[in-house]
Structure formats: C-alpha cells, structure tokens
Design a protein around this ligand. Structure first.
Ligand code: SF4
Length: 564
C-alpha cells in the first residue's frame, strides 16, 4: 500500500531552527502564557495549549549554523534577561578590537577602530552552540522541534500561505521509492514564519511566485564566509580579542575581509568573507582563505596549532535596500531570509533575534483578532520599521553597494556614510545580482587563458577542499537524487567552459563540482558529488548562468557543525 502523506495542523509554523525563529517561538510561548494568566485573572477567554512547531533540515538545531561570530547582546538580553545564569554559551566577552590592513607579507594597524567595528561588551559565540542552547529553551517552553524535516515546498491557497510540505524520505538516486519511503509531511498553519537563513530555497521560490514582495527593492546580494576553528598553543590570543582585516588576500576589485576571534580554551575562530559579486572567474574563495592563513599575522597565532573544524555559509550583504516586503497573508519573513544582516557591522544574529520577537508579538495580536491576513499581521512590519533594526540598517544602507567600484571607493563611501548617517556618496545606491558581475575570462584577463592549476596546500597549515571538508562532519544518504540540479547541463560543456572556465569548480568550497574531461578530447562534463555539499548556497547565488538550483536533500543530510 502506498505510504500516505501525513498532515499536521499546527497553530504556528516556524520554518528553520535558526536564531530568529527559535527566538520567535520562545517569545511567542511566553506571550501566550502571559496572555492566558491575565485572561484567567480577568475571566476573559484563554487560548488552548498552542502547538508551536519548528521544522529544521539538519539532524539537530545548530548543525547547519555557522557564523564568525560576534553577538551584540541587546536583543538576547530582552528575550532572556538571565541568559548568563541560564548557561548561554559564550566564548568570550569582547575587550579588544583591532583592525588591520594587510599586504601580502605586511600589516598596518588602523589606529582607531571605526564605530561599526567596535564590539566592546559583545559576545564571541559559536552560532551553532547558541542555536542548540536556544532550541533547549524553546523545548522547555513547550515548542515542538522537528529536526530532519526540510521545507521543500510552500503551500498556498488563493494567495494565502497555508504551510509547508517537507521533503520526501527514501527515494533512490533514480527517483524510485525505497523500502523506507516516506512522503514529506504537510505542516498546515494559519501563519508560517520563514526563517531559513541566507538564500533560503523556499524564500527563493516565494519571491519568484510573488515578485510584488521584492518589487522596487535592490536584489539580494551575498557573501560567503569560509571558517575554521583552530586549537592554538596556549596564550596566542585571549578569549574576547577580536581582529578584523582588510586587503590581502583579496584584490581591490573583490569585496571582503577576514576575522580572527579569540575563544575559550585556546580555540580561535578564523575566517574570510568573500563578496559573491566578484568579477574574476578564476577566483576560488577556499583557496583565498587558505592563502590568508599564510600571512605572518595569522601564522603568529595559528603556528603549532591544529585545525579542528571547517565550514562555509553564505550571508546576506544587501541590507536595508534589499529587504523584501516582510508579510503576506499567512506569512512572515524574519532574519537573514529578509536580508536583515547589517553588512557594515558584519552582524545579523542580534537583528535576527529581534525580528523573531517582533514576529511573535504580531502573531499574538493576529491570534487575538483571529486575523492572519497581511493586515492582521501588520504589527510585524510596523514594529520592524519603527525599531532600532530599521535605524541600524538605514545607517548602513549604502555600505555594500559602495564597494561595487572597488575597495578604495568603498572605503571612501563608508567614511562618508558614517558621517552622514548612512547616505554616503549618494542615496540610494542600487546593486546588481552578484552572478551578473562575474566577467568572462576574455573580459577579465583580456584574452584566452587556461584554467589555473589547483593550488598546492601543505596539509598541515593549509588544506585542500576534501581534507578540510572532513572537519565539517558532512554526510548525505548517497542513494538519493542529487539535490543540486543543473537545469541545462549543455551550458556547462558549451558556453561555460569557454566563457568562464566552469567557475563552479572553484566557487564551491566543498569540491562538489568536478570537471571530467573525456580522454579522447571530447566535450567533458561536470560531475556533481552532492554528498559533499555543506549547504552554503554559493553555487545557487554565483553561477553566472543561474542554471544551478539548490534544493532540499533528504532530511538530516548536510554538515554537522560543532562549535561553529
Ligand atoms: Fe555550497 Fe553549492 Fe558547493 Fe553545496 S554545492 S557546498 S551549496 S557551493
């Protein structure tokens, strides 16, 4: 007998167990409790025990979370005032900020740290650990978390979002049902909160189906952060010492920069953000990061230590002018899914948490009114628009766009922006989707060029992608259809190989795309080792022809990030 699709009716559905949604779920559970207490005291109607569900594609909350990360604690303090007493995992409280400009071998310390990069009192955290801790609190509050349930499809009826269908389990690589086949469940809710994080596949589907949500906004643009956590020799960098760098190893036409954050127990978070709107078709963000670690500043910290963790994730950089409309009938969009990261501060966890809380407050109002239409949920957009989130994002509204003509104009624009409360060189600055800025080999190098040879890594201090990937804990069931779809593979072997030299081989930090040249000099093809995928979404963002589509694999697949 064919397995039947399960239907779960819940009161509120949060899609993605990241900081925005978990904070929203915790806050909502608390608000409903308070509402019921005061209703009981006044004899008014109470709500029944609410069914608040969070669905998550990873094995556990936190496994797919990766960030630098320095957390501005303002929203966390509002959500959980006694978070320290409750064991919030903090790696260090920031006591020192340094900013360096790097050349290949040299460094110049910027004598003063610009206000957006001053972090005194903020927390160095592992986003994965913070997420796990938030998930524990949510469960204590009665929230149900469904791990290994990736949202695969948005359910919609007559323009109203009614929930999400999760991915099927037990399909083999040819699309046949295996003995453990289980069709995805339909989670039906009067309100769904989309908090999938950066470049969510459902958000992408939603914006394509409802272009009015992004009409008049700048396109969302992204960067990719490649990160390692190292165990260093004792005393190399104190917990809470935060270092940011500009310059080397990125060329001035490429947006990005590096970080070094001191953690507890002689651990250190090192990473490099590369703007996914770079021009050079031969650029390899992973190789850039490995190269970054060979700089004397990094070597002085990492030398003699060992690399313990590796991972990569995209992040939204478009900020204020890329924010979509935040609500429609039956739906709210929170956190990175709504481009709420402040690119100038390189921070988005604090805005994500606050957006989840505002969503919870709007949902309570909608529950009381029994109206989950866009207008019934309007408190959310109003709260964001009148809050410090809007103020903060407005003050960096032209930040990333200022770098579209290179580092020096970007820095000039940043200085002016700080002085003018976000205006910069001109207001408003537009942007282009990142993939459209990649130049062909002929455009960038002025003629035909062979693909660069693979860089050599020493295996001790610098690592090739597969060696590094081993430290990400990534696994997928191999006998399933590839979750990375190349919609038109003929482009790879005709135009892309000639025009861009198959940049997927380089921009993927997990060696998923491998060019196989036919022995007889034939056309060749791109092999997709999808089991390596760390779900960073870089390929979906940066593929110059936009023929690569990231879709959800079977639940539980992907990285297992610990302390990331
Ligand atoms: Fe990232 Fe795409 Fe590579 Fe997966 S296949 S690791 S999403 S670039």
């Amino acid at each position: 007998m064919a397995a039947e699709r399960e239907l779960l009716e819940v009161d509120v559905l949060f899609v993605g167990a990241g900081p925005a949604n978990l904070s929203g779920a915790i806050h909502l559970a608390g608000l409903i409790k308070k509402h019921n207490e005061s209703a009981e005291a006044s004899g008014a109607d109470k709500f029944d025990e609410p069914f608040i569900a969070v669905i998550e594609k990873g094995n556990e909350p936190g496994h797919h979370q990766l960030s630098g990360a320095v957390l501005d604690p303002r929203s966390l303090t509002e959500l959980i005032p006694d978070h320290i007493e409750k064991g919030c995992p903090i790696e260090g409280i920031v006591f020192k900020d340094d900013l360096y400009f790097l050349t290949e071998k040299g460094k110049a310390r910027v004598p003063f740290t610009p206000p957006p990069l001053r972090n005194h009192g903020s927390y160095v955290v592992s986003l994965g650990e913070l997420t796990k801790w938030l998930a524990g609190i949510a469960e204590e509050e009665g929230v149900e978390i469904f791990s290994t349930f990736p949202g695969a499809e948005i359910l919609e009826e007559e323009g109203r979002i009614t929930g999400v269908r999760t991915a099927d389990k037990g399909i083999d690589k040819d699309g046949n049902e295996k003995p453990n086949y289980q069709p995805g469940a339909d989670f039906i809710a009067p309100v769904t909160v989309l908090g999938e994080g950066s470049r969510g596949s459902l958000a992408k589907e939603l914006f394509a189906a409802h272009p009015e949500l992004i009409e008049g906004r700048n396109p969302m643009v992204y960067g990719v952060g490649i990160k390692e956590v190292w165990k260093t020799k004792p005393g190399r960098i104190a917990p809470g010492h935060v270092i940011h760098t500009m310059g080397h190893p990125l060329k001035p036409d490429t947006y990005g920069g590096g970080w070094i954050y001191g953690m507890k127990d002689d651990m250190v978070s090192v990473g490099l953000v590369v703007g996914l709107d770079y021009k050079d078709p031969f650029l390899d963000p992973h190789a850039c990061f490995q190269n970054y670690k060979t700089h004397p500043l990094l070597r002085s910290i990492l030398e003699g230590g060992s690399m313990e963790r590796y991972g990569a994730k995209s992040m939204p950089l478009g900020g204020y002018y890329s924010m979509p409309q935040l609500a429609m009938d039956g739906l709210l969009i929170v956190g990175d899914s709504a481009s709420m990261l402040n690119p100038m501060r390189l921070k988005g966890i604090h805005t994500a948490i606050q957006s989840g809380m505002f969503a919870a407050e709007a949902i309570l109002a909608a529950m009381i009114a029994g109206d989950y239409s866009r207008s019934g949920l309007s408190k959310y957009e109003e709260a964001i628009r009148g809050s410090w989130i809007e103020q903060e994002l407005r003050s960096s509204r032209n930040f990333h766009q200022g770098f579209s003509n290179g580092l020096w104009t970007g820095l000039l624009n940043t200085g002016l922006q700080i002085a003018t409360g976000g205006r910069g060189l001109k207001d408003r600055m537009g942007s282009e989707p990142g993939h459209s800025r990649m130049e062909t080999i002929a455009e960038y190098y002025g003629g035909k060029r062979e693909k660069p040879p693979e860089e050599a890594f020493d295996g001790d201090y610098t690592f090739d992608k597969l060696t590094a990937l081993f430290k990400s804990g990534t696994e997928h069931v191999e006998d399933q259809p590839a979750h990375l779809k190349i919609v038109d593979p003929s482009i790879c072997v005709t135009r892309c190989v000639e025009e861009y030299g198959n940049p997927c081989e380089r921009f993927c930090p997990a060696n998923v795309y491998v060019w196989e040249q036919e022995a007889d000099g034939g056309k060749g093809k791109v092999r997709i080792d999808f089991a390596n995928c760390v779900h960073c979404k870089t390929c979906d963002i940066m593929d110059p022809y936009q023929v690569i589509q990231w879709t959800t694999p079977e639940g539980g697949g992907g990285p297992v990030y610990e302390e990331m």
